[in-house]
Design a protein around this ligand. Structure first.
Ligand SMILES: Cc1cc2nc3c(=O)[nH]c(=O)nc-3n(C[C@H](O)[C@H](O)[C@H](O)COP(=O)(O)OP(=O)(O)OC[C@H]3O[C@@H](n4cnc5c(N)ncnc54)[C@H](O)[C@@H]3O)c2cc1C
Length: 387
């Protein structure tokens, strides 16, 4: 639904929409069919500076708040695109910004802001540990002026379209730490150099056109200066970045939800069966109206999370709840949209099935719905810990 003229982000929306309009449905459909990377689209977003929204101006970014950054992501998805191809570029650098040394910030941030370097990858998930991140088995051992990395990661996205990756590895064995969240560290990994010296990339074919991979490390050497922040505090640093990530992805789901509702509303108003538009039937109207209500409610929680984040207030609960509500709402909207397109919902040329697949991911990644419920139950409501 179109926002009223009182929307403080209308100019921003218009600017992002006008760029996205250069990449019509047919562009995204062809990229999806070819299982290709939307290079031209990501380049255009980079050149326009949108992916550097959260980088402070002193490092060449636009220094916008999280609220504005989420509007950029929302509009990409609302235009029919998929910000999942590039959202890492917007939020991964937050780890460097918050925990990197001055020298690291000066080295990386201006190049990330200009798009010369892409930092779109974050390597956390492993096949054996899954969501239980404290059990990761990838290790980094200090040898002189290098760290030597061994282990395996899975589902690591955009590695083939990034220059750098933030890697989480254990630097002190689990058995030797007081708290299981201690003893992990994060590193900047030069991906192209790593591919030549100990890192193997195996792409994972998957349901969405999402470039994601298995990574194998065999004595990969990383220069000592690529450690970010203090050794052993990496898990905490990763957690610090999650509120921005979750809120941005909530906004992508809201963009998807609005795309589905716009499409199905138009289609249900025009498609005539039994002598009247299908949208005249309450059985068709109600699921669409319900999805719209849920998207609007998720939107309120997303802006609440943004307001707290931008005021440097704690926002873990709100960011998680926004992601939960938005992923659920976009999925309800997707279901209504495909259902009321009838058979045509399954035809590639309507784009509904593509967006349907894309939005489904967000109930599993980057955090699954159950883990959000567990966070709210234990950390917000104070129920006993289950793990
Ligand atoms: C397309 C895609 C891209 C991804 N990109 C990245 C990336 O770039 N970097 C990265 O590090 N990771 C990435 N991931 C990984 C993603 O973050 C994980 O898949 C996700 O966190 C779930 O972990 P898992 O797959 O190991 O599931 P598991 O941990 O094995 O869990 C499986 C299911 O069981 C449920 N479950 C597990 N434990 C509990 C419990 N205690 N209570 C209730 N339910 C539970 C989960 O909610 C989940 O639904 C990506 C995944 C996908 C599919």
């Amino acid at each position: 639904m179109t926002k009223s003229s009182a929307d403080p982000y209308q100019d921003l929306r218009d600017a992002v929409r006008s760029l996205c309009a250069q990449f019509p449905d047919s562009y995204h459909r062809e990229v999806d069919a070819a299982r290709a990377y939307p290079e031209a689209f990501v380049d255009a977003l980079t050149q326009a500076g949108w992916l550097a929204a959260l980088i402070p101006q002193e490092y060449g970014g636009s220094g916008l708040g999280l609220a504005e950054a989420t509007v950029v992501m929302e509009e990409i998805n609302r235009s029919g695109g998929n910000a999942g191809a590039c959202h890492g570029q917007m939020y991964n650098m937050g780890t460097l910004l918050r925990h990197g040394s001055d020298a690291q910030k000066q080295l990386y941030l201006p190049k990330i802001a200009s798009g010369e370097w892409r930092l779109q990858s974050m390597g956390v998930t492993e096949p054996t540990s899954g969501t239980d991140t404290t059990k990761i088995r990838t290790t980094a051992v200090r040898r002189g002026d290098r760290w030597v990395v061994n282990g395996q990661k899975v589902w690591i996205s955009r590695v083939q379209h990034s220059d750098w990756m933030i890697l989480l590895a254990r630097t002190t064995p689990l058995a030797d730490v007081k708290k299981k969240t201690d003893g992990m560290s994060i590193f900047m990994v030069d991906l192209r150099a790593a591919e030549k010296s100990g890192m193997t990339v195996r792409p994972i074919a998957n349901m969405v056109n999402h470039e994601t991979n298995e990574l194998f490390f065999e004595n990969l050497e990383i220069p000592a200066e690529n450690l970010i922040g203090e050794e052993g505090r990496g898990f905490r640093y990763i957690l610090d970045g999650l509120n921005a990530e979750r809120t941005l992805i909530a906004a992508e789901c809201i963009g998807d939800g609005r795309w589905f509702i716009d499409r199905v509303t138009k289609y249900a108003s025009e498609r005539v069966v039994f002598g009247r538009p299908i949208g005249q039937n309450q059985g068709v109207q109600f699921p669409i109206a319900e999805a719209h209500i849920e998207v609007e409610a998720a939107d309120l929680m997303r802006f609440r999370a943004c307001a707290l984040f931008d005021a440097h207030e704690p926002c873990g609960a709100e960011a998680n709840m926004a992601k939960y509500l938005a992923a659920k709402a976009s999925w309800e909207a997707a279901n209504a949209c495909i259902q009321f397109h009838g058979g045509f919902g399954f035809a590639h040329e309507y784009d509904v099935e593509r967006k349907f697949r894309e939005t489904r991911l967000y109930q599993v990644a980057p955090i699954s719905t159950n883990l959000i419920l567990s966070y709210v139950a234990e950390h917000v409501l104070g129920l006993p810990r289950s793990f």
